[in-house]
Design a binder for this molecule. Sequence first.
Ligand SMILES: [Zn+2]
Length: 393
Amino acid sequence: MAISSTEAVRSTPNPKAASENDHRIDVFWHDGMLKHETGRGVFDTGLDPGFLDVLDKHPENSDRVRNMVSILKRGPISPFVFWHQGRPAFISELLSFHTQEYINELVEADKTDENQIICPGTFLNPGSWAAALLAAGTTLSAMKHILDGHAKITYALVRPPGHHAQPSRADGYCFLNNAGLAVQLALDYGLNKVAAIDIDVHYGNGTAEGFYSSSKVLTISLHMNHGSWGPSHPQNGNVDELGEGEGFGYNLNIPLPNGSGDRGYMRAMDEIVVPAVEKFEPNVIVFVVGQDSSAFDPNGRQCLTMEGYRKIGQIVRKMGDKYCDGRILIVQEGGYHVTYTAYCLHATLEGVLNFTHPLLSDPIAYYPEDDAFTTAVVESIKKHERENVPFLK
Ligand SMILES: [Zn+2]
């Protein structure tokens, strides 16, 4: 369905009720993003060893996103969702975050019309570059919608993901840093302080790198403690990567032990993220979400359930209401379990939309939690920040 960017279309009737009770979310999406084909192999390698009858679809496949779209169209939250058509980014828009040289490389790579491995696990096939441009442009539209005063809460439902893409480098399934471009757009609009809070299970290294020297952008990433994974991802995600120059102290890494779970994440949110945002007082929050922190994700080792995602969403909403006049852009990153990712997305948005009771129950959560180790790690991160981060003192 073609929809102009200024015309919102609700998935079900009853717009009055939605706007009255403040549960509205504006979702930006374009089905051209489904055309990014990532192939099959042993998990994300693209390799066929020759001795397996059945190979995985690459984890970052279109099925996962089709389910995210469909749960928002047909799930219990659908009456509160207003849909907007996404659009491709112009090359000139990409240069606010990425280098001209890097963009030229991608444009050239796209011209060859062959399947290419840009870096491990990251495949550029015919259709991929067009999808990446749509992801970037759609995220920019979602941010612009907030900046122009048309909505408080928008969600860029996009793929390929972006938070590993650095100014001059692709990484971890990402080509263009969608969230980073949106942050820069907010700065270009004259906003002075943007907080980017990233709960994807992997370190948001690309976004951190893009604003590493800036005191205007507070990047916070909660992730599993995976460290550097090769030349495309030189950052280690540890607590000592705090930013540099004017930006020193404005990149807060929260590497959490594997299996941290709902209670561990709550502790990290309440005791590290909320106090930092309180001191920073952002004008807008960019909430970078990945459901690969879930208990069942093939690409993560954390144990969040729908309840954990819901609570994180509620905390982010509370901070948004308190510091940013409710302005929150949500940007989609990872999340690779084909069905549970959609459920966890639903729960995240329930939290952000301030539903006090769950709209959708969890079909599979049952993992036991032991948060003793996470508690100790959170305490040590707090201590490290108190001693080293000037704006938190
Ligand atoms: Zn991830």
